[in-house]
Design a protein around this ligand. Structure first.
Ligand SMILES: Nc1ncnc2c1ncn2[C@@H]1O[C@H](COP(=O)(O)OP(=O)(O)OP(=O)(O)O)[C@@H](O)[C@H]1O
Ligand SMILES: [Mg+2]
Length: 229
């Protein structure tokens, strides 16, 4: 079963009055339940754009997006916010942690945002951080953590609400090779242990190799589907 489906997506970004960028030109993609999928392709080919649409961060101009068999591209802002909080987890390059908050507070924030009480949020955040090997680093601020540890906090934050799908945009982009390998292995393990679906935009061939499948984008379209790994 497809957990996430993008059909014939078009997205244009307006640049001034007359100018626009046609970022997606009929991109289609089906992500299977529990798979780990890599999206690769040249800079500007529309990878981040399709991720934003699939993650309900933005709406397409044409086409449809389905999450767990339900159409989501035409939902209102409130419903989109709810889905984004509960059903999708995000991991971005550069971690996007709040610098003034401790690891556990960064994760808790996402849980509270999804509707958990402060106490419950703290409890599930401690567990999520323990699951990524940071049980001893709960009270460290991002500046007191290594790059790999910060990305693990971001992974814990992406997973804390037990989402159906985790979307990663260059999740190893800011990491050295060794740390990157460690993060790839961790995502692979979480995928095997929990069946959480991962969709990872990447320029890193090692991420591609670790995934079940790699798809390529070019000029706003999904090119081919090739088996990998
Ligand atoms: N907010 C925006 N406003 C205007 N144009 C945009 C915006 N976001 C993306 N674009 C343009 O849309 C096209 C696709 O961008 P996108 O970010 O999806 O590419 P990408 O494949 O993720 O590239 P990269 O590998 O460099 O991250 C590019 O031409 C880009 O300049
Ligand atoms: Mg991008």
């Amino acid at each position: 079963m497809s957990i996430l489906k993008a059909e014939n997506l078009h997205k244009r970004y307006q640049l001034g009055k007359e100018n626009f960028v046609h970022a997606l030109r009929g991109a289609s993609l089906a992500v299977e339940q529990s798979e780990m999928l890599a999206i690769m392709g040249p800079s500007g080919s529309g990878k981040s754009t399709i991720m934003h649409l699939m993650g309900c961060l933005d709406r397409p101009d044409e086409g449809r997006v389905e999450l767990s068999g339900r159409r989501v591209d035409n939902l209102g802002g409130r419903e989109l916010t709810r889905i984004r909080g509960k059903e999708v987890g995000f991991i971005f390059q550069g971690f996007n942690l709040v610098p003034t908050l401790s690891a556990v507070d960064n994760v808790s924030l996402a849980a509270e945002y999804a509707g958990q009480s402060r106490r419950k949020a703290r409890e599930i955040s401690e567990q999520a951080l323990a699951d990524v090997g940071l049980g001893e680093r709960l009270d460290h601020k991002p500046s007191e953590l290594s790059g790999g540890e910060q990305q693990r906090v971001a992974i814990a934050r992406a997973l804390v609400n037990d989402p159906r799908v985790v979307l990663g945009d260059e999740p190893t982009g800011d990491l050295d090779t060794e740390t990157s390998d460690e993060i790839i292995a961790m995502m692979r393990r979480i995928n095997s242990d929990t069946g959480t679906t991962f969709v990872l935009v990447t320029h890193n061939p090692e991420v591609g190799e670790a995934c079940d499948r790699v798809i390529h984008m070019r000029d706003g379209q999904v090119l081919e589907e090739a088996a990998s790994g």
